[in-house]
Design a protein around this ligand. Sequence first.
Ligand SMILES: C[S@@+](CC[C@H](N)C(=O)[O-])C[C@H]1O[C@@H](n2cnc3c(N)ncnc32)[C@H](O)[C@@H]1O
Length: 346
Amino acid sequence: MDDNSQALVLLIKRQVLQMRQLRHFQWSLPSATSASVSQQSTGPGMNHEHASALSVTTPEMQQAILDQILHDPTLKRYPPSLTYQHSFAKKLISMIEIEGTHEISGELLELFTELLMTAPKRPEQGGPPLKPCFKSYCLDRACSKIVTVMEEQTTISSGTTGLRTWEASFWLAEYLIAHPEILAKKNVVDIGCGVGFLGIACAFLGAKKVVLTDGNTDVLAMARQNIGYNVVPCPTTASLLDWENFTQEQIVALKAEVLILSDLTYDPTNIVPLVNVLKAILVKGVSAYMSSAIRNPQTFVDFFARIEQECVGVEIEEISLKDAEHLFFFDEETVQTVKVFHLSFP
Ligand SMILES: C[S@@+](CC[C@H](N)C(=O)[O-])C[C@H]1O[C@@H](n2cnc3c(N)ncnc32)[C@H](O)[C@@H]1O
């Protein structure tokens, strides 16, 4: 298989593992020029490049998709939902049929038939409510570093926002991937970790030790389980850290050198407690990296005003994502403006 075909298989694999919605799926490789232009303007995974000449319908590509994606050990062990796998196989088969140039592989048809019998319908087609499922996020184009987490497929579940991975964490992950020196041999603390994608990613990106923290015990339980799904290369644990009820001993025990915070400034009532915890933990020598989706600009302004008031002398620098690798995929309708900041004392 030539390099381009292999790159296309890996692009498809990254999308399947992340369960990218099929209506946004990229079935062809971006052309170099249009990729860089559109990625700069629309963000990771949002490129609308010209289709390259490579087709996913050839017998060779069908076999590679089966061998390297649908029968991949990560996918077998931590599968995306059966409903998603069924929709993926259906879409691929319909593309082969519509193109009409190649036969559908027997193995692909067999897998599709099996999924047809076992995969629940989507809720809008009368199926059961969506359940949590595995999503796997590749931290490089070769899919050699993969973070797997179990997460909800809905935005709010059991009254918390913490049971799914939020887009802001992909942007911060992009930045940390592009700047490995930030995490190298550092004790990293994830504040408001949610299901844990970002903190677990830091373990794969060179951290010495990672502690995931959250104030919600259900979220923390899921984060703990998620650590277990990954063969993390450094000690990685999950501890309770409630911004409204923490002790100085808890803060000292974290031994934080790098803080990561993703999508925590969405709720105006959280500003005071979040800044309180930051004030306690962000001392000279500690660096904080924070990404936020800007849903309500005023909440965001209020957050920084409070930070400047409480953490006197802190330097806040907005970070550019121009050298991001664009490894993660967003659903276009949910994409928001995301900003990333570095906070530290000079
Ligand atoms: C929108 S989610 C973001 C999760 C994760 N950082 C991400 O980007 O995917 C916000 C997280 O903050 C946590 N959180 C909210 N209030 C908190 C508090 N008072 N103390 C600790 N964690 C809190 C929630 O439990 C939830 O996991």
